[in-house]
Design a protein around this ligand. Structure first.
Ligand code: NAD
Length: 474
């Protein structure tokens, strides 16, 4: 199988190639194309021309809605093929890879449904004027995608951008770009105007950096780590390019003394062990009321010990992390946590097997001041700590630079609302981690970034308001 980049409606070879590795076996899955300067120049020319011609914006809105739904249908057609290659390149479970393609299709259906419902306003200025607003597409949207959920995260931004009439250049993550190439086939099959979409694999520090620094883009949508976000913001500042930042997290769940332990454990399982913990909104900290703490640590440790590692294609319940570099970073953070006083309740190191497997790890008695309690791990590592009072739990939960999501486990709804109001996070889950979906606004506070993706709100990232004021008579 040979993979090529999707450049403005055409399939092109990379200016170089990069071997994509199966994280579970270390074997090469395929060679991926790597875009260079020439490809970037063509993509920018094509996207600008597409915007100038109004390829997407001039499609009658309900026809644009049809096009979006066609993309959704075509994504469903490529789901089986795409999910397999995404599993091989990312290590994730096949059902989760399939879920990514299904979610991608759902984004196109959802935002397709909104394509003909974006309305301006009429503003009263008295009898001598008529005033109205128009929602115009932003223009060329440059979208940088991370490797943990490349297909669904790309669709999260691509779908609302296309629904509102923009042209988009997607920069795929170089560690697992192949699933997005399969997604590009669906875009092509649906008949998206040439030039309106390019999906290009390129090296972040080269192709990505040049894309975001270009004066020919109108917007940056970045999903990834804080240091890269900071570098991109510096480039954006220079050109005053509007930017959306979806960055990392250090999210905490707070389990009160009346928490349903079974529900909590289900949430721990998905919250920190799904996708080997490589989730921006992972439950990386679990704060438990002291009355429940020892039982909760034992139960979480038993859960972690019970997970069986294996290949994503075999639906193993514990899958590898993306790369050896990532694994080494996780191991170093766990070692440091121990030196800072944490106790290993489960796991604690790399697994002795082929592939980049980190043991499902539970650390107890983690100090809120320890590095592991403040910095993103991006691996299957749960940090647990006890608390005595509601105020203390909120103080610990809010005590990092991040603020992506947070969770509350309690049967007392008054307390749930009270605590939700005080948590510094873009989303709060009550009694179920990851509650919500593509229709619920998502984004961060603090170093977790700014702007909201998902939901109707996200559409407004991709339009800008123009006001037209008309003097009727003198
Ligand atoms: P990363 O920042 O290393 O890379 C993200 C993307 O940026 C990749 O495509 C990479 O090639 C590109 N890139 C790297 N340097 C660049 C540069 N100088 N200019 C432009 N692009 C550049 O992040 P990652 O390791 O791929 O992803 C993990 C991070 O992403 C974690 O911190 C995670 O929390 C975060 N994340 C956030 C969300 C969210 O919605 N908030 C979702 C998923 C992941």
């Amino acid at each position: 199988m040979s993979y090529r980049n999707f450049l403005a409606g055409r399939w092109v070879d990379g200016d170089a190639v990069l071997a994509v590795e199966d994280p579970a076996t270390g074997e090469t899955v395929a060679e991926a194309p790597v875009a260079g300067d020439r490809t970037l120049a063509v993509a920018l020319d094509a996207a600008r021309a597409s915007v100038d011609r109004g390829d997407m914006s001039s499609i009658v809105p309900h026809r644009r809605a049809d096009l979006m739904r066609r993309i959704a249908r075509e994504i469903r057609e490529v789901t089986a093929e795409g999910a397999e290659v995404l599993t091989r390149e990312s290590g994730k479970r096949l059902s989760d890879a399939r879920g990514e393609f299904e979610e991608a299709a759902a984004y196109f259906d959802y935002y397709g449904g909104m394509a003909d419902k974006m309305e301006g306003k009429q503003i009263p200025l008295g009898p001598d004027y008529v005033d109205y607003t128009v929602l115009e597409p932003v223009g060329v949207s440059a979208q940088i995608v991370p490797w943990n959920f490349p297909v669904s995260l790309a669709a999260r931004s691509l779908a609302p951008a296309l629904a509102t009439g923009n042209a988009v250049i997607v920069k795929s993550p170089e560690l697992d770009p192949l699933g997005l190439i399969v997604l590009a086939r669906a875009i092509e099959a649906a008949g998206v105007p040439e030039g309106a979409v390019s999906i290009l694999n390129g090296v972040g520090s080269d192709f990505g950096a040049k894309l975001v620094a270009s004066t020919r883009i109108d917007q940056i949508v970045f999903t990834g780590s804080v240091p890269t976000g900071q570098a991109i913001l510096r480039a954006a500042a220079w050109n005053v390019t509007p930017s959306l930042m979806e960055l990392g997290g250090k999210s905490a769940a707070i389990a009160f003394d009346d928490a349903d332990l079974a529900a909590l454990l289900d949430s721990v399982r998905s919250g920190i062990f799904f996708n080997a913990g490589q989730v921006c909104s992972a439950m990386s900290r679990l704060l438990v009321h002291r009355s429940l703490y020892v039982r909760a640590v034992e139960a979480c440790a038993a859960l972690a010990d019970g997970l069986t590692p294996g290949h994503g294609l075999d639906e193993a319940d514990h899958t590898p992390v993306i790369s050896d570099r990532q694994l080494q970073g996780i191991v170093a953070m766990v070692d440091r946590a121990r030196s800072e006083g944490a106790t290993t309740a489960a796991g604690g190191g790399r697994l002795d097997r082929v592939g980049h497997f980190m043991a499902a790890t539970v650390l107890s008695d983690v100090s809120p001041d320890a590095a592991i309690a403040r910095e993103e791990v991006f691996g299957p590592v749960l940090s647990m700590m006890p608390f005595d009072t509601e105020d203390e739990a909120i103080r610990i939960a809010n005590g990092t630079d991040f603020g992506l999501v947070a969770g509350v486990f309690t049967q007392d709804l008054s307390r749930a609302h009270r605590v939700a109001a005080r948590l510094r996070a873009g989303q709060v889950f009550i009694n179920e981690w990851f509650a919500g979906g593509i229709s619920t606004p998502f984004g961060g506070v603090g170093k977790s970034g700014f702007g909201r993706e998902k939901g109707i709100e996200a559409l407004y990232n991709y339009v800008r308001t123009k006001n037209v004021a008309i003097r009727l008579r003198r």
